[in-house]
Every structure is written in structure tokens, then in C-alpha cells.
Write a protein that binds this ligand. Sequence first.
Ligand code: NAD
Length: 380
Amino acid sequence: MEDSTASTHNTASTHNTASAGKGDVAIAARCKEIEVASPSRKYSVYVGNRCVDKISGIIPEDARQVVVVTQREIEIELDLGREYSTVFVSQGEEAKSVKSLERVCKSFVECGLTRRGVVIALGGGVVTDLAGFAASIYHRGVPCINVSTSLLGQVDAAIGGKTGINLEEGKNLIGTFSQPLGVICDISHLESLPQLEMLSGYGEIAKYALLGLGNLEKYSLEEQVAKCVYLKASIVSEDELEQTGKRAVLNYGHTLGHAIEACSLLGSSQTDMENQPIRHGVAVGIGLIFAGKLAHRLGRIDDARLARHYEVVRNYGLMESIPKEIEPDELVQFMANDKKSMFAKGDGLNFVLDGEKGVELVTGIDTKLVRGLLEEMYSR
Ligand SMILES: NC(=O)c1ccc[n+]([C@@H]2O[C@H](COP(=O)([O-])OP(=O)(O)OC[C@H]3O[C@@H](n4cnc5c(N)ncnc54)[C@H](O)[C@@H]3O)[C@@H](O)[C@H]2O)c1
């Protein structure tokens, strides 16, 4: 589908977000501020209901231009108290293409964006990945603010500075590490998010629960998001550029998850609960079960810990079996190719696995063992 990036318009807002009434004070108090202290930039992530007001404090006062990148389907209007331009991009992974990137950059030119301006990415992971990447290379780098509107984006994609686009050869093959000026996770923005996308976000939340956040399910959605953001922020602050292996734990459940998602997108006719390609977080949910089973088989975790993997995935209403249309050999092949991106070492496959020392990267796992376990992951 064609992007509609070329169509830009100017929206002037006359509202002053700084003028807070009594109600606004209460809202501000409910908003949580979490710091990401990465070496290249310290910034805040705001989590809360209607915390989008915080954006006026993130936009530099002397910003000459503001360009909002979003999708038409996301009907969220920003009240910035100043003039800004809007650039629309298409939906889905195809928006993260080289062509689409070129269109976004050309739209930046049309909007008169300079290095003294600022880009606001208003959307889910597709928008923040694409807009963040475009901003990081346009004029050799324009600052970007993420206003994340999907659950998956709020707990994961919008935080940590990974930006990027896809090539036909694979996802996120071109990109930068470029930390945003700040991130807004306004829980009220999730009210319009389709159910399937919520479920995808829950897949990532399930990952955080198993990474050490424990019984997350008992908290409100806002608290769950804040706790996940806090964990991601602390990991990113320690290993911003994914050099020490610490950030690799965020890939828990992702080795098989990526493979399922890719096979589903490649049209092996796989669909999920609503006859659609498997969503990222839903695939991660299946990947978490697999990672639990593999760790258990390797003697790294006990029965209770494996049972906890099932419990978390079920509590969030996620899938636990591999859809029958996806062949195990296809998955093994994909995981073998994918391992290049994960500190590859020796033969066999690499997985992030739970164990006595917590979740860590384990290399060189026997492909036959993996193949056999995959067979057990199909519903009968
Ligand atoms: N950079 C990172 O660290 C990182 C981490 C995880 C995932 N990602 C990337 O994130 C992308 C997936 O992100 P996603 O799950 O947010 O998907 P997405 O951005 O495609 O959003 C899902 C759908 O929801 C719609 N949508 C978003 N917010 C909405 C709202 N408030 N109301 C109504 N509709 C709304 C979008 O238009 C889209 O159709 C993938 O490309 C993945 O590679 C990046």
C-alpha cells in the first residue's frame, strides 16, 4: 500500500497546555516519571492517564519547527500549544521500508524541518521505529520525541533508542541507536487500540513478568506499563548499545517468537485468533512457553518455574501452541539464520533461557533437541 507521507498540513493550536486547572493537578500527580539514564542521553518516560500534557515540557522552547509523524488510523490530536506539521505514513511493516523512509524525509523537506526542529512520533512501534530512524539521519540528526499509542510500544518499542526499517531480506536490518528526547505513554491513548494489538502488548508484558517482575497481573494496566518501563529503562541504561549481553535478556521468548512471526508474515498461510497474521507479542507468548520448556529439558529450571511460564501466558489470554500451518523445519531454519544477530558462537542454536542465575543468553543448543521440542508445541 502507498504511503501518504507527501500530504502534509499545518495545524495551529491555540490551547495552552501549561495552564492547569484543579483537575489537571490531580492528573499530573498520577503521572509517573521514569528516567532512562543511557550514556548517550538521559531522558524521562511519562506513564499515566492523560500524561500527554507533559509533552510541552519535552519540546525544546527554541525548537524552530515541529513535525508530527503518525498514521491516519490513529485519530489522536496533539495539543502542543504551537504550530506543527503532520506527516502521515501507512500501516504495517511495509511502512518500515526504504521507500517509505525516503517519502518521510522528503516530507520533512516540504515541512521546512531543520536540525533546530523536532520530530514527534505519534503511534505504535512501526511509527516510532520509522520516524525515529528518519529523524536520526535527516540533516545528520534531528531530535525525536515518542508519543507511544500501542501497548507494545509503551512497554517496549518506544523506549531504548533502537530505531529502524526493514529490508526484504529481514526485519530491522537498517537502523540506528538514537535515544529520544522523551517518551509519553498515555494510557488513555490505548482506549482506541484494537483488541488484537492489546493482546500483542500483553505478550511483551508476559515477558517482563517472567524476567523478574513477578506477579504483574494483579496490578492496574497503568502500573503494569510503569513497571515494565522501569525494567526496560534500567536494562537500557546499563547496556545501551547491546554490547555486554545484558540487553539481550529483552529477547526472552523472541528467538522462536521472531521465527513464528516471520513465517506467518511470509504467508505460510498462518493466521491467529482473528484470521490475521500472528502479532509480534502473541508470537513472543508462544516463544516464552518454548523457552520455558527448553530450560526445563536442559535442567535449568524446575517444574514449578515451568508451570509459572504457562500460568503467565494463560493469564494474559495468549496462545501457547504453535499454529499447525507452520512447519517445524521452517522455524528451525529461521532460527539458525537469526542467530547471527545474537552473539553467535559455535554450532547449534542460541536462546535466552531462564536458570539459576536468572535469564541469560545460552549458545550452542543442539538443533535436534530444539526440533524435537518444537514437535511437542503443536496442539493435538
Ligand atoms: N525499537 C524497538 O526497540 C522495538 C521493540 C519492539 C518492537 N519494535 C517494532 O514495533 C513494531 C510493532 O509495534 P506495534 O505492535 O505497536 O505495531 P504497530 O505500530 O503496527 O501498531 C499496531 C496497529 O495499531 C494501530 N494503532 C496504534 N495505536 C493506536 C491507537 N491508539 N488507536 C488505534 N489504533 C492504533 C496502528 O495503526 C497499527 O495498525 C514492529 O515493527 C517491531 O519491529 C521495535
